[in-house]
Design a binder for this molecule. Structure first.
Ligand SMILES: C[S@@+](CC[C@H](N)C(=O)[O-])C[C@H]1O[C@@H](n2cnc3c(N)ncnc32)[C@H](O)[C@@H]1O
Length: 209
């Protein structure tokens, strides 16, 4: 097995799960994920970190997809630990394997950075939501300061292969708006204690209108 294959299969998933559980990230997850209501779909549910934050009393169904590999295994193991009925499937956000208008909430945390086609993924999340359904997002991406953004451009080419295809330069809120959501921004900032090009973060609620 080539070193890069070994890293993708074994090293990157562990590093991603560890990084995604950092304290400042968990504090933001705690603001966003418990807002989920009704029938809930999670995009990129790999790692399973969000599962502990859902309020089971507010949720009637939980489904999630992830492309597969170790991160999907972690998500299934987390569902077993939580002891709830979770419909976790292998799949990609560019072709979400659920019918139109079938969920009340879509949750997308730290995933738009990694998908192949961000615009298509946002369209797909809109498609599977019912009218009035809400997309809860918490993502890192393109920084507003030009100097930081220039560093993101420089770092991204070597960051991506190390971190499972993660981009540093993607738009966040504007991409959700472009996908047909009315967005209520909830916050935007650099996470404390980390290099600024890696941690420009935006979170909010997009409503399917
Ligand atoms: C940085 S991890 C974040 C995992 C999780 N969403 C979280 O908040 O901890 C990015 C996730 O996006 C998933 N992913 C990558 N490409 C994807 C795609 N095309 N569709 C859906 N998920 C994808 C990865 O497998 C991985 O689980």
């Amino acid at each position: 097995m080539a070193l890069s294959d070994f890293w993708d299969r074994h090293g990157a998933p562990r590093l991603i799960k560890f990084a995604c559980g950092a304290k400042p990230i968990m504090e933001l997850r705690e603001k966003v994920v418990p807002m989920a209501r009704g029938e809930v779909f999670e995009l990129g549910c790999g790692g399973g970190i969000n599962q502990r934050l859902y309020n089971p009393a507010a949720i009637t169904r939980y489904a999630g997809i992830d492309p597969g590999g170790k991160l999907l295994d972690y998500a299934r193991a987390e569902a077993t630990r939580k002891g709830w009925r979770a419909d976790i499937r292998q799949g990609v956000g560019e072709a979400i394997p659920f019918p139109d208008d079938s969920f009340d909430t879509a949750v997308c945390t730290y995933t738009m950075c990694s998908v192949a086609d961000q615009a298509q993924v946002v369209r797909e999340m809109r498609r599977i939501l019912r009218p009035g359904g809400r997309l809860l997002f918490l993502e890192h991406g393109r920084a507003p300061e030009p100097e930081v953004a220039r560093w993101q451009d420089r770092i991204e080419p070597w960051w991506k292969p190390v971190m499972g295809g993660c981009h540093l330069t993607r738009p966040i809120t504007s991409a959700v708006v472009a996908g047909g959501f009315a967005v209520e921004p909830l916050g935007a900032r650099y996470l404390p204690g980390m290099p600024r090009p890696l941690v420009w973060t935006e979170w909010g609620v997009g409503v399917k209108v």
